[in-house]
Write a protein that binds this ligand. Structure first.
Ligand code: COA
Length: 157
């Protein structure tokens, strides 16, 4: 368990439980347009079936952010999504979450971590750049018609 004193209360980060999928879905719906946000089944599938590592940030009894990962193929992990509710951004929570996700993926054998970010998502692009992710190829129409994404990758230490 990781504690972060940022904000008015103490923010706690802990591994996600499958029973928390609904709240993770709600946060994803808030953070993204409905046509980009993941369906609830997708989150359950990662947590319950694949048992992929995920971590949630809590302000008291309220989940205020999470990161969801997956092991895409042998030796390659993925940051599926990382979502922090707007009032809690720029306090280092995303950095803590992605750090925990990267360590969990490395422990599962990931030698490379990949992810996608919408080309217009300036916050995410700055965030991943700060965390050492290198921009790769452009994925045309990745999120739908005329909704392109950049692919990023990083070799964890
Ligand atoms: C991207 C996101 C997860 C970052 O979370 P966060 O908790 O705000 O990130 P941190 O506070 O750890 O930021 C770490 C660094 O990333 C960079 N960064 C993060 N947000 C930024 C922004 N809006 N503009 C510029 N740089 C930014 C900065 O270098 C920052 O360090 P600094 O605050 O000391 O300058 C958050 O903005 C978010 O949830 N966005 C909506 C969902 C989303 O787009 N997720 C990514 C999916 S691809």
């Amino acid at each position: 368990m990781v504690r972060n004193g940022a904000g008015s209360g103490e923010i706690i980060i802990r591994p996600a439980a499958s029973s928390e999928a609904m709240r993770m879905w709600e946060i994803d719906q808030i953070c993204f347009d409905p046509d980009i946000a993941y369906p609830i089944d997708f989150i359950y599938y990662h947590l319950l079936v694949l048992r992929d590592p995920a971590f949630c940030a809590w302000d008291g009894q309220t989940m205020i952010g999470f990161v969801l990962t997956s092991l895409e193929k042998r030796g390659e992990g993925c940051i599926v999504t990382i979502d922090i509710l707007e009032p809690y951004r720029r306090r280092g929570l995303g950095s803590r979450l992605i750090g925990m996700a990267e360590r969990a993926l490395a422990e599962r054998g990931a030698r490379k971590i990949v992810l996608q970010a919408a080309v217009e998502n300036e916050s995410a692009i700055a965030f991943y750049g700060k965390h050492g992710y290198l921009r790769g190829r452009l994925l045309k129409n990745y999120y739908g018609k005329k909704k392109d994404a950049w692919r990023y990758q990083k070799m964890p230490k």
